[in-house]
Design a protein around this ligand. Structure first.
Ligand code: PLP
Length: 400
């Protein structure tokens, strides 16, 4: 038997499989709503002007390529903390925060998963139902048992708060709980301030381990309001973890710029935690890459570039909102009888459209419009050139 002969073909990643089917489709008016990236009005992933300016300055420096520290570029890590907790947060100087640059939000989740598993003995994680599909796979691969907690209510297309609280209440002490801080993927349904207070109360009483995932800061309301969950946890005094990402907010998907931040219970805990986190990093990939972190740090620490970035982020957010409003209006105009106004209330890049698996399959077969089987559509992939075709096709499968 050869070394590799026992290896079986892995199941196809559902989203990558969708991209393959989309690429193979020869229809001119095909639309890919399955992707998780923001496209501009012309259908392209944008290069932000703030990013371009920071890159040009960096190239002009002709900097040497030494290794970064294990936990990443210090000005980047500090800028991440300011963005998460607020520039005037007392936590920043408390000695209770550790931030390590990570390979995107995914890399941050994996560092946190490995850290908790190896160093605190955590073995069970709870994720929302539904959740970003990689949450389950990533934590299973890290050795965890993955359970889920109630989140989405199909009857209202909103949050099932009482179900969520009851499920959290029933979790065993020490269970890691993944919480989408804003712009929930895939539903676009978020918690209100009052809802977060209730969640924090249960998490604290039940001694659960909160692990916030914030991959879309700035895509909901604005940078400050979207960080409300992080800031409420910070105020609570509980220890917690945050996986954050600039993939979407800087349109830097391929540069892998994220961070893992851990808030400890006391500053005495910080040095041991940081030293062990560095071991986790060192034994995985040694140290992180330079380019994306340099660019993001340059933008976040330069007032003019920061202002430009905030404007560009607002442009992306507003364009998605306009597309939500237009989609609702066009579906109604096309004679859809169901109430679709929830599409406008959902936040972030996605809408959980309520389309069934069969309706999604019909969209692809009959109209060349590709969405995820769960009914998730990427609103950020709509534009004025494709929205009429999408609305007509959605209306056709919804009415039949
Ligand atoms: N967490 C959530 C909820 C996401 O939707 C994503 C990306 O789609 C990530 C994490 C990972 O982001 P990154 O591309 O930075 O690894």
């Amino acid at each position: 038997m050869s070394l590799f002969s026992p290896v079986e073909l892995a199941p196809r990643d559902p989203i990558l499989g969708l991209n393959e089917a989309f690429n193979a489709d020869t229809r001119a008016n095909k639309v890919n709503l399955g992707v998780g990236v923001y496209s501009d009005e012309s259908g392209k992933v944008p290069l932000l002007r703030a990013v371009q300016a920071a890159e040009e300055a960096r190239v002009a420096e002709h900097a040497a390529r030494a290794y970064l520290p294990i936990d990443g570029l210090a000005p980047y890590d500090q800028a991440v903390q300011k963005l998460l907790f607020g520039a005037d947060s007392t936590l920043l100087s408390s000695g209770r925060i550790i931030t390590a640059q990570a390979l995107g939000g995914t890399g941050a989740l994996k560092l946190g998963a490995d850290f908790l598993y190896r160093l605190t003995g955590k073995r069970t994680v709870a994720i929302s139902n539904p959740s970003w599909e990689n949450h389950r796979a990533l934590f299973e691969a890290a050795g965890y048992d993955v359970v889920d907690y109630t989140y989405f209510d199909p009857a209202t297309n909103g949050l099932n708060l009482s179900g969520m609280l009851a499920d959290l209440e029933a979790l065993a002490e020490g269970t890691v709980v993944i919480l989408h801080a804003c712009c929930h993927n895939p539903t676009g349904v978020d918690l209100s301030l009052a809802d977060w207070a209730k969640v924090i109360d249960v998490v604290g009483r039940r001694q659960l381990v909160p692990f916030l995932d914030i991959a879309y800061q700035g895509f909901g309301e604005n940078l400050e309001d979207d960080a409300v969950a992080v800031r409420l946890f910070a105020e609570s005094g509980l220890p917690f973890l945050v996986a954050s990402s600039f993939s979407k907010s800087f349109s830097l998907y391929g540069e892998r710029v994220g961070a893992l931040t851990m808030v400890t219970s006391s500053k005495e805990e910080t040095a041991p935690v940081l030293s062990q986190l560095k071991r986790v990093i060192r034994t995985n990939y040694s140290n992180p890459p330079t380019h994306g972190a340099k660019v993001v740090a340059a933008v976040l620490t330069n007032p003019e570039l920061y202002a430009l970035w905030e404007d560009e982020l607002a442009e992306m957010r507003d364009r998605i909102r306009d597309m939500r409003a237009a989609l609702v209006q066009k579906l109604q105009a096309a004679g859809v009888e169901q109430d679709v106004s929830f599409i406008q209330r959902q936040r972030g890049m996605f809408s959980f459209s309520g389309l069934s698996k069969e309706q999604v399959a019909r969209l692809a077969d009959e109209f060349g419009i590709y969405a995820v089987g769960s009914g998730r559509i990427c609103v950020a992939a709509l534009n004025n050139s494709n929205i009429d075709a999408v609305a007509q096709a959605m209306a056709a499968v919804m009415k039949a």
